[in-house]
Design a protein around this ligand. Sequence first.
Ligand SMILES: Nc1ncnc2c1ncn2[C@@H]1O[C@H](COP(=O)(O)OP(=O)(O)O)[C@@H](O)[C@H]1O
Ligand SMILES: [Mg+2]
Length: 501
Amino acid sequence: MVLTQLTSFANIGLKSERITVEVGSTMGEANMYIVGLGDAAVQESKQRVRMALRTSGFKFPTGRVITVNLAPADIKKVGPRYDLPIAIGILAAHDLIDVPHELLRDTAFLGELALDGSLRHVSGVLPAAIACAKLGIKRLVVPASNGPEAALIPGVEIIAPENIIDLIQILQGERSADVIAPPAAAENLWQASIVDFADVRGQEHAKRALEIAAAGGHNVLLSGAPGSGKTLLARAFRGILPPLSNEEAIEVTQVYSVANLLPKNAPLIQERPFRLVHHTASGVSIVGGGQVPGPGEISLAHKGVLFLDELAEFPAQVLEVLRQPLEDRQITITRAQGSVTFPADFIMVAAMNPPQYSAGDGKRIGRRISAPLLDRIDLTIDVQPVPIGDLQKKPGQDAETSAVIRARIQGARERQAKRFAHLPISTNKEMGVKQIDALCPLDSKSAQLLLQAVQRLGLSARSYHRTIKVARTIADLAASDNILAQHVAEALQYRQSIGVH
Ligand SMILES: Nc1ncnc2c1ncn2[C@@H]1O[C@H](COP(=O)(O)OP(=O)(O)O)[C@@H](O)[C@H]1O
Ligand SMILES: [Mg+2]
């Protein structure tokens, strides 16, 4: 009996768990078994590996019973990513390759095999590279097309061959591995192009509210007639968000890696995501899930914008499931095998037509957005169409560009970063009740104003706290250490501007 052990990884949400691929071989009638909670793609690995080894010129061992064990047995193994470690394990167990034991021990393997022995792109390589760095695994072998993505993580040597023959020659020291080019930034990944604020005529009120939303990370509802410029404003909004930090870029890229949505050869996402979601989209595609839980739109919008156009048209149950991630900034998907968590820290920008009222009895026509969801919308913006005449004018000299607005937003973000220097948060929207109490004192005038508004508008406790957070952002934009009555007054204005309540 001979036994070889190799390292690979399974993805659980964004986490990569170490998987040991054990290959055992005994004399007997030729057969191959794969055990250890593998799905259908893992079972089919047998055929792919056997054929790929043959076409690559190896004699598949005859007269042996080969058992592949994927451990630990309580983690579900999904997809074809184990083809490569299984193939290398079989070759090593039967002394068909001459690779030093330590080299195999210090290396992790991920990759799907095509029947001709070439390596096919797999999802979730970036989280595996991060896990290698954490666990002190020196080397990671991935398909060539996954190389740049894996190379994002310093300290792990990446081997990214085109096929299994090249890999074996590298492992046997007969040729050197190609150096992986530093990854370029992914471009044109989003459905929406950026519109510059200077190209949006008028709309000063909406622009101001969007500036506040971007500065503090608050959620926005644009309410206005068709053609009033809601989609235009939402697209412009993305362009005033501050750039992603390196840490955020890696986080976002991990989501796209697991979703297998990284553009090949340009895998680092350096721009904030903008996800436009249509009301016909399924709950699973929005929130995430599926047989093998994968990230949904809310996670693909992580650190960016989730744009829900025609909010009133979304099915009530879809809007209901948005409530929890809007609060927790992550989503937990529960399955019989255990739960999976994906990050979902996005700014929600919603658009809808203003509610209509019957001429007869003044009653509201059409569906209402549920109060708990409206509670989580911090700024409601009444978008009035700009007169056609104004659209024909050239933009004024004084029309502010997105770059100018973004600079102010960055100033406000820096004030927030300073305030939260010793806390695990970075923007006002993330404050919990304790932090609001400690960090957002109101003077008596502001407190009085807020109290009156709460009573007059019937605001919930959640709305009360969220209003203070918006006031804090408005104060940050004004470079004011204290929240003043005028900041509270402006914050309140966005809570009451339209009759959606
Ligand atoms: N303030 C504005 N400045 C420049 N163009 C505008 C403005 N408002 C509307 N438009 C034009 O009208 C079109 C329709 O606007 P859109 O954002 O799609 O409206 P909505 O989403 O509210 O239905 C835009 O593509 C743009 O060409
Ligand atoms: Mg629109």
